[in-house]
Design a protein around this ligand. Sequence first.
Ligand code: CA
Length: 344
Amino acid sequence: MTFHVSAFGALRCLPLFTFMRFLALLLTLPLMAAEPSPMVIAHRGASGYLPEHTLEAKAMAYAMGAPYLEQDVVLTKDDVPVVLHDIHVDTISDVASRFPGRARDDGRYYALDFTLAELKQLRVTERFNAKTGKPVFPNRFPLGRSHFQIPTLEEELQMIQGLNQSTGRKVGIYPEIKQPAWHRLEGHDISRIVLPILQKYGYNSRDDLCYVQCFEYAEVKRIRQELGWQGRLIMLMGGGGKGSDGTDFDYLRSPQGLAELKQVADGIGPAISSIVDNNRQVTDLVAKAHAAGLKVHPYTLRVDELPKFATSADDLMELLFNQAKVDGLFTDFPDVVLRWLERD
Ligand code: CA
C-alpha cells in the first residue's frame, strides 16, 4: 500500500458523481471570468421606469441585475463631464423656466453654456417634446414629479463602484462620448477630458468592465491611436448612410469597412433596424461583423416602442438573440430582457 497517490489517482478514488461535479467546475472556471453572453446594457439606466440618466434610474437598473449600465457624456461650460443623452437640456429639465434668455439663436439650451453649479439647479424630468410639452413616452414616469438632478460622470462611477463593493457584484459601465466633433468646434476636447476620468476610476484595459462608445469614426480612431485608450471600444452606427460628422456608415457596414474597423474597435453598436429589416428578415450584418471579429450590441429594445415588424418584446428578442445571434442588447427595460434570457 502506498500513501503517495497522485492527484489523478486521488480523483479516481472519488465517487463518480463527485468526480463529475469537479470536472464540471473545472470546465466552467474559464467561463466564470468571462462576460455574460449575451450582454444586457441598461440604456440610460432603467429608463423605462425612471427619468433617463438619473442616479435613481441607474440604481434601479443595477438592482434589476443589469451587468452593464450606460452613460451618455457631455461637457459643461467649466469642462465637467455630466451624464446626459443630448447636448441640449431643454427636453429633460426645467431649464427654460429657470434660466430664461439663456437659449441660443436656435431656441435650444445647451449644457455647454451652463456651469455645473447652474446645471445642478435644474429639476430633471421624464423626456418631453419641448414644443408641445407632452411626454415622449406617455406611460412612463409622470412629468415634473419628485426631485431628480443631472449627475456628473464621477458621481455615477462612484455610485456604481460603491454598489459593486456593497453588493459584491461586478457591474460594468458603457460610456458614450457624445458629439466630440461638435464639442471641439466649440473649443472643448471631450475625449481628452473623459478618458483620464475613466482611467482614474480603474478602467484602463480590455480586462476592465468598460466599453467606450462613439458614433464618430474619426474620434473612435483618435481615441485608440492618438489618445492611447487601451480599453474596449464600440463603434456606434446610425440607421442612415452618413453621421452628423460625416462618418460613412454604409462603408463601415461593408466587409472592407468592418475589417478596417477591427483595427481600432472591439465591436459595433448598430440600430436594430440594420439587424432585422421591416420584413422580419435577418440581415447579414451580424455575420459580417462576427467574421471580422467584432461583437454586435444593437440599440434599443423598448417594450413601449417596438419596431412595427415585432409582435411583442419576446418576438423581437427571439429574432435578435436566437436568429441574428447578437452579442448584447441596449434596453430601457433591463428586467424584461434579463427575464427572457434567464427563462427555462
Ligand atoms: Ca447612448
